[in-house]
Design a protein. Structure first.
Length: 312
C-alpha cells in the first residue's frame, strides 16, 4: 500500500516553517532568515519514502499587521493553498500561542486533519527552569492546545474541532523530523507517487537562484533593510556546464540601495559571492553571477510588478 498526499505548512512569520521544510525534504530548497516575509512564494518540497510520498507546500507567513498589496498577495497565497491539501501542519512556537496565532487558526479548515507542531523545542528547553519544571510546563501547554479551537480564539463554528495531533519538536533535530514524517504518513491518502523519487521541488533553477540571492541580502543587511527588496533574474543561460546568471536587486529607496552596495561595494560583493557559492552547491556546477541594484519606488504596491514576479 503506497500513500501520497499534499501537506500545507502554515503559521505566522518567523516560526521556522522554511527551516522545517528543508529538514523534511533533506535539502535546502526554501530560504531562511530571521526577517519576516522571507518566504513570498509557495514552495513545493517533495520527500519520497519506500511506502509514501510527501508533497509539502511552504506558505508565506500570514501577515497580520502591515497592510500593502504585497501582504494581501501573501495572505491570498496561504488561503488558496489550504483549499487543495490533504493535511495541514500548523506551526507555532513551543510554549506560546498569541493573538497572531489565533488569527491563523481562524483560517484553518475544520474538515481536514490539522497537525499542531510545537516548533523550536530546543529554545523552550533552554529556558532557566529545571528539567522537571520544563516538562511540566510543556505538558500543561499541550493540554491547553488540546482544547476545541473555539476556546483558543478560533471561530465559534470551530467549537467541535480540535487538532488531530500535537507534536513538540525542533526542526534542527533529525529524530524529531523523522518522527513528524512518521505521524504525517498515517494521514496521507492511498495513491501513486506524483513525482519521480529523486525530485525534491517543482521550482526551476532560475527561481531558486533568485531565492538564494534574496536570502543573502537578508543575511548581510540584518535589520537595516526593510522587507521591500526583491530579486529579478534578467538572464539565466547555460554556457557549457557553467550557468551564467544576471540578476537585479530591486529596492524602494536610494538609502536602501546604499545599504546593499556598502562602502566601496564591499557588501554587494559579499552578498554576490555567498550567493554564488550556494548556487554552485545546489546546482552542482560552476556559476558566473552578475548583480546590480536598482531603485524602483513603490514596487511592493505595484500589482503589475507583483504579477511579473508571480506574487499576484
Amino acid at each position: 500500500m503506497f500513500r501520497c498526499g499534499t501537506i500545507a505548512i502554515v503559521g505566522r512569520p518567523n516560526m521556522g516553517k522554511s527551516t522545517l521544510l528543508n529538514a523534511l525534504v533533506g535539502q535546502k530548497i526554501s530560504i531562511t532568515s530571521r526577517k519576516a516575509q522571507t518566504t513570498r512564494h509557495r514552495i513545493l518540497g517533495i520527500q519520497t519514502r519506500e511506502q509514501a510520498q510527501f508533497v509539502f507546500i511552504d506558505t508565506p507567513g500570514f501577515q497580520t499587521r502591515l497592510v500593502s498589496t504585497l501582504n494581501k498577495a501573501l495572505n491570498r497565497a496561504v488561503t488558496t493553498t489550504l483549499q487543495d491539501v490533504n493535511v495541514v501542519c500548523f506551526i507555532i512556537e513551543a510554549g506560546y500561542f498569541g493573538e497572531d496565532d489565533a488569527k491563523v487558526l481562524r483560517l484553518l479548515p475544520d474538515d481536514l486533519p490539522v497537525i499542531l507542531v510545537l516548533n523550536k523545542l530546543d529554545l523552550f528547553a533552554n529556558r532557566s527552569e529545571s528539567p522537571e519544571e520544563r516538562d511540566r510546563s510543556l505538558l500543561e501547554f499541550m493540554a491547553k492546545m488540546g482544547q476545541p479551537w473555539s476556546e483558543l480564539g478560533g471561530r465559534p463554528e470551530q467549537s467541535e474541532t480540535a487538532f488531530a495531533e500535537i507534536v513538540p519538536m525542533s526542526g534542527k533535530n533529525p529524530h524529531d523530523v523523522q518522527r513528524l514524517l512518521d505521524i504525517l504518513e498515517e494521514y496521507l491518502p492511498e495513491g501513486e507517487a506524483r513525482y519521480d523519487p529523486e525530485t525534491l521541488t517543482d521550482r526551476s533553477e532560475r527561481f531558486l537562484a533568485a531565492e538564494i540571492l534574496r536570502e543573502k541580502i537578508f543575511r548581510f543587511t540584518g535589520e537595516e533593510l526593510p522587507y521591500t527588496s526583491t530579486v529579478v533574474i534578467d538572464q539565466f543561460k547555460m554556457d557549457g556546464r557553467m550557468r551564467r546568471i544576471a540578476a537585479t536587486i530591486l529596492v524602494d529607496r536610494d538609502s536602501h540601495k546604499a545599504m546593499i552596495i556598502g562602502e566601496k561595494g564591499e557588501r554587494l560583493k559579499k552578498i554576490s559571492t555567498e550567493a554564488r557559492l550556494d548556487m554552485e552547491k545546489l546546482f552542482d556546477g560552476k556559476v558566473f553571477l552578475e548583480t546590480w541594484v536598482k531603485v524602483k519606488r513603490g514596487w511592493a504596491d505595484d500589482r503589475a510588478e507583483l504579477r511579473a514576479q508571480g506574487l499576484e
